[in-house]
Ligand binder design. Structure first.
Ligand SMILES: [Cu+2]
Length: 255
């Protein structure tokens, strides 16, 4: 195919030319996918596709099985081991049969980007409930937005270090966020844990480069050079305490 010819051609070129012609990879468009699976036995699941070009990201999320008619905070988390916790609650430190957002942080790290529907997308909007998508009556959430992220977030996304987490579930099955289901939130004691505990999680993984997966041929199955990118930004996670949690009102008031 065309790429193979180009590759052969490249070998024929003097090294100097090659270097000069190399694209600035941090600017190249790249696509990543995540399968969102349930945490805390939420029963929710979904998929996400993220494309990134420079520091501009387009995020698509489709989830179902989320608590209906309620907003669901959602973020890029980065840090920890850049993974999702296991589906059971074995990592539950407090041993209360639920995994709080904080208990999951050794895995997926801190909130680095708030996947809001409009306005600010920084960690400051981590609990800006009036700007997160609301699940439909069928528990479905559809999200689509294009926006800019900081350089360190962009390089972490490219390196496959970002994890998408959606929050909000209903432990006691009464159809709303309330403290009866899990007590107060670890993120903001004014909120019920149900509103902020993680419901789905998925690691964003670089998608195979265009069409290669189908080919089945060839020696160098060169995956995206994730390792070459990223790691420079050693994300010193300044703990989540400082984030201006705007998540109030609507959630607390319940009914
Ligand atoms: Cu989150």
């Amino acid at each position: 195919m065309k790429y193979r010819k180009l590759a052969l051609l490249a070998f024929a070129l003097p090294a100097g030319v090659l270097t000069a012609a190399a694209p600035a990879s941090a600017e190249e468009a790249m696509t990543l996918h995540a399968d969102l699976t349930a945490l805390n036995d939420s029963g929710a699941h979904g998929t996400s596709t993220v494309t990134i070009e420079g520091t501009r990201v387009t995020v698509d999320i489709e989830s179902s099985g989320l608590l209906a008619d309620q907003p669901h905070a959602q973020h890029f988390h980065i840090g920890g081991t850049n993974m999702c916790p296991g589906p059971d609650v074995a990592d539950d430190i407090e041993d209360d049969d639920r995994l709080s957002t904080t208990e999951g942080q050794p895995f997926y790290g801190e909130i680095k980007t708030s996947l809001t529907t409009e306005g600010d997308t920084s960690p400051d909007s981590g609990l800006a409930v009036d700007r997160f998508p609301v699940a439909g009556a069928d528990g479905h959430v559809t999200y689509h937005r294009t926006f800019e992220v900081p350089e360190d977030v962009a390089s972490s996304i490219r390196a496959g270090e970002a994890v998408i987490v959606q929050h909000g579930l209903d432990y006691n099955g009464n159809g709303e966020y309330d403290a009866d289901g899990g007590g107060a939130s670890d993120l903001d004691p004014e909120l019920p844990a149900e509103a902020t505990d993680p419901a789905t999680c998925g690691k964003l993984t670089p998608a195979p480069e265009g069409g290669m997966a189908a080919g089945g041929g060839g020696a160098g199955s060169a995956g995206p050079d994730a390792l070459m990118l990223g790691s420079g930004a050693a994300l010193v996670a300044a703990a989540g305490a400082g984030a201006g949690f705007l998540f109030r009102r609507r959630m607390v008031q319940g009914h």
